[in-house]
Write a protein that binds this ligand. Sequence first.
Ligand code: ATP
Ligand code: MG
Length: 497
Amino acid sequence: MPASKDVVWDATQWAPLIDDRSFLSWLVKVPSEAEQLRARPVTFRQMNRLEELWKENERATVEDVDRPGVDEEPPGVLLRYEDAYQYQNIFGPLVKIEADFDRKLKESQTQNDLVVRWDQGLNTKKIAWMNLPRLESGEVKLAVGDELKLRYAGELAAHWEGVGHVIKVPNNLSDEVAIELRRNDGVPDWCTHNFSADFVWKSTSFDRMQTAMKTFAVDEQSVSGYIYHKLLGHEIEPVTLRTTMPKRFSAPGLPELNHSQVGAVKAVLQKPLSLIQGPPGTGKTVTSATIVYQLSKMNPGPVLVCAPSNVAVDQLTEKIHATGLKVVRLTAKSREAIESHISFLTLHDQVANNDTHIELQKLIQLKGDQGELSSSDERKYKALTRACEKEILNTADVICCTCVGVGDPRLSKLKFRTVLIDEATQAAEPECMIPLVFGCKQVVFVGDHLQLGPVIMNKKAARAGLSQSLFEPILAVSMLPSRVRVTVSSSWEIPKC
Ligand SMILES: Nc1ncnc2c1ncn2[C@@H]1O[C@H](COP(=O)(O)OP(=O)(O)OP(=O)(O)O)[C@@H](O)[C@H]1O
Ligand SMILES: [Mg+2]
């Protein structure tokens, strides 16, 4: 134990030394006279801005901070929009700023001098195992399913590059990352040193947000008139949907609801737009699953159930499955290999386990045995898979996926009249827009607006309002006393027990 721990320090005795800057020369090199002549005062604001600029341009200097155009803030989000075009004109540029920033961040994360250990998966695909030092230092974030490009720039083989996706990230057992390569041909698997990894940036989520906002603007059928006006902050008379209320509000297979949960369910079933908020652990997800059960029984067509994160979607999927409804969990193709407790509910597993398409079963078996199919069999396999997916999706009571996942082409032909979004306060507004533009007539947002909001990396976009969820504007408008009744059709709070 260092003795200094036991010393009672009297800070006031040190103050004169600090005032005299006695330690300064220990901490920083004293600038030469010539350097002192060049020195000029820089404000905190300039320092902050310069640090932001460095992320986009490493060579930026303090002069660049005050250059016209550089420091311009984009127009911020509003509480009320004239129409969906104005909405798109404000949110579109913010999503673009965030997308550009995200791309630059990903592209700046290349890692060189990697040592690779080669392996082969059960599916015969080659797997590269490695340590990524910048991952260990926390500079880089990586998730299973992320795409990486691996390059060989050494001397033992010709230059090679191949794309793969992450199948394992560091855990308690090992710090290694595993990348499964898409193609086996040409891989220099006898080489171990001199590899580099580039992060492949994907625009998918940003593109889907932009597409949803465009659909919202140009397609009159994208959402009901009521939801259109509510999302734009317009005043509109409350509406009650003409449906028959259930006799019992709890759902089979789920806990019996408490008083405030029943209140929440009752309050939202006949309202076209509702917010349910409650602190962590108050039963919002159980309540959501119950609402989905009731909405599914009360209305024709499938209910679309979303959340911003895969973990939240899986939790909800499991609970909805417990009610006995026919649930399909749609995952991104890149995440299909990830096992979870609800794997059997995923669309790809339901396709693989279907027993109605005998020919498809044979082809799946053949693909498993041989690793690949002849091109004509591959075509047949793809067509049969599509047909089977369509059948499963068309007969589902509930389809669950992330908000961004709703933009999957496999859902593009479907209509979703009824939508529930859990953890909606953790999604940026344009992200919540994606599930809504499939003809939504009734939506329930569930969340905790006191928890952290969505993660927005770019400070400009965050300052302009991209970091707020849909809850804020809807609640903010509803909190204006004269507007309470007309603007929010339903806002229910589940209190802490
Ligand atoms: N009415 C109830 N009766 C018994 N148990 C309940 C009831 N409602 C919720 N629970 C249980 O309480 C726990 C928390 O519920 P739930 O996950 O729905 O809360 P949450 O508000 O969604 O939490 P989070 O804030 O973490 O998302 C779960 O184990 C759930 O089964
Ligand atoms: Mg929850």
